[in-house]
Design a protein around this ligand. Structure first.
Ligand code: PMP
Ligand code: GLU
Length: 403
């Protein structure tokens, strides 16, 4: 006789919440499949297709037989092309042993926290923060120390705030510029001030630069690692192909940083993914070596959408909306409608607002609480101009129903 099986999971698994950004996106897609016409502002995923020359490179690689395991840390040619990009665009010199190609930037970050953090360590996480950092830090046994950004400075943290949050237990500070979800971009001066404070500590810097191509102001992207050799020596630069080249499904990212960390990540990877997909890496190589025009065209279109969306969100009563300088998100403050009702249902949080907007207006947005900021919602403008125009029209009609 067998005993009743209790199907117990590790506490680690029981405590993981599903990614709210992916959940909103899946819900909107599911509703569309069922014939409900939802405007999806949820997905942080370019609506453009991967440029054709990149697809062709992957197809040719498949036909050539690039179908086997590759080196754990990525194809040597791809690492060389990444090193070249970092030198050309970011003023950063790395050797191949200081770069590892990963299965998306998400997995790069996961691996970084795994190899850097001990249980009991603290990681400073400026808020609003992208959803996965929080869970990944916890999965590594560390404690996220949430540091709220300044609403008067586009929700960015200041050097003084950071100094107060640092402790002898701080293992790392997470920086994400351009930022998801706010779209804020840290200037060179702001990064230098943060770096100076961090240099007084023993903390690593994890710099997620995945939105670097999407900047709409005249100030170019600055990688904090490029500010000084002493900063570079403690920084892990994270980047990827998903956003810049519209390659989300290809699952390719990378980390550049000190040799010891890259070696540890590569060893971890050798027991987890073995290597990023072979022919996808051939596509990434082509992406880095190919024409810049498709990316430029995409950025210009994003700028047009951003301007339109911000203008119309600002026109909604009780809504405040900063002009995001980067990424492809807007993050309006909507707490002005808390306490109001729609069809007798009271809005008490970003979650109730998003639920009502989905149900009553078929508009999908991500509640700010998912990013640690309940007074806000996130709209992604990585969707067509027509969809944005229709979404705005629906939001205007929804706002008119507020009592
Ligand atoms: N960092 C940020 C800030 C993101 O928004 C995303 C979105 N997917 C990632 C990392 C991970 O990207 P990917 O795994 O697709 O490379
Ligand atoms: N990063 C994107 C977002 O924030 C894609 C979804 C995810 O990976 O979280 O929406």
């Amino acid at each position: 006789m067998s005993r009743t099986f209790s199907a117990q999971l590790a506490a680690r698994a029981a405590n993981i919440a599903p990614s709210p950004t992916l959940a909103v996106d899946n819900l909107a897609k599911e509703m569309n499949r069922k014939g409900i016409d939802v405007i999806g502002f949820g997905a942080g995923e370019p609506d453009f297709d991967t440029p054709d020359f990149i697809k062709q490179a992957a197809i040719e690689a498949l036909q050539r037989g690039l179908t086997k395991y590759t080196a754990v840390g990525g194809l040597p040619q791809l690492k060389a092309a990444i090193a070249d990009k970092l030198r050309r665009e970011n003023n950063l010199v790395y050797q191949p042993e200081e770069i590892v190609v990963t299965v998306g930037a998400k997995h790069a970050l996961f691996e970084i926290f795994q190899v850097l953090c001990e249980p009991g360590d603290e990681v400073i996480l400026p808020s609003p923060y992208w959803v996965s950092y929080l869970e990944q830090i916890r999965l590594a046994g560390a404690t996220p120390v949430i540091l709220p950004g300044d609403p008067a400075n586009n929700l960015k943290i200041s050097a003084e705030d950071l100094r107060r949050a640092l402790s002898p237990r701080t293992r790392a500070v997470l920086l994400n510029s351009p930022n998801n979800p706010t779209g804020a971009v840290y200037s060179r001066q702001e990064l230098a001030a943060l770096a100076n404070v961090i240099l007084e500590s023993q903390a690593w810097i994890v710099s997620d630069e995945i939105y670097e191509a999407f900047i709409y102001s005249d100030e170019p992207h600055v990688s904090i690692a490029s500010l000084a050799p002493a900063v570079k020596e403690r920084t892990l630069v994270v980047n990827g192909f998903s956003k810049r080249y519209a390659m989300t499904g290809w699952r390719l990212g990378y980390v550049a940083g000190p040799r010891s960390v890259i070696e540890a990540i590569t060893n971890l990877q050798s027991h987890s993914t073995s290597n990023p997909t072979s022919f996808a890496q051939a596509g990434a190589l082509a992406a880095l070596q190919g024409p810049a025009e498709p990316v430029r065209a995409m950025v210009e279109e994003f700028r047009r959408r951003r301007d339109f969306l911000v203008e119309h969100l600002r026109a909604l009563p009780h809504v405040e909306c900063a002009l995001p300088e980067g990424a492809f998100y807007v993050f309006p403050k909507i707490s002005g409608v808390f306490g109001r009702t729609v069809d007798g249902i009271k809005i008490t949080s970003s979650t109730t607002l998003c639920q009502l907007a989905l149900e009553k207006a078929q508009v999908a947005m991500v509640p700010g609480i998912a990013f640690g900021a309940d007074e806000y919602v996130r709209l992604s403008y990585a969707t067509s101009f027509e969809q944005i125009r229709e979404g705005v029209r629906r939001l205007q009609a929804f706002w008119e129903r507020l009592q």
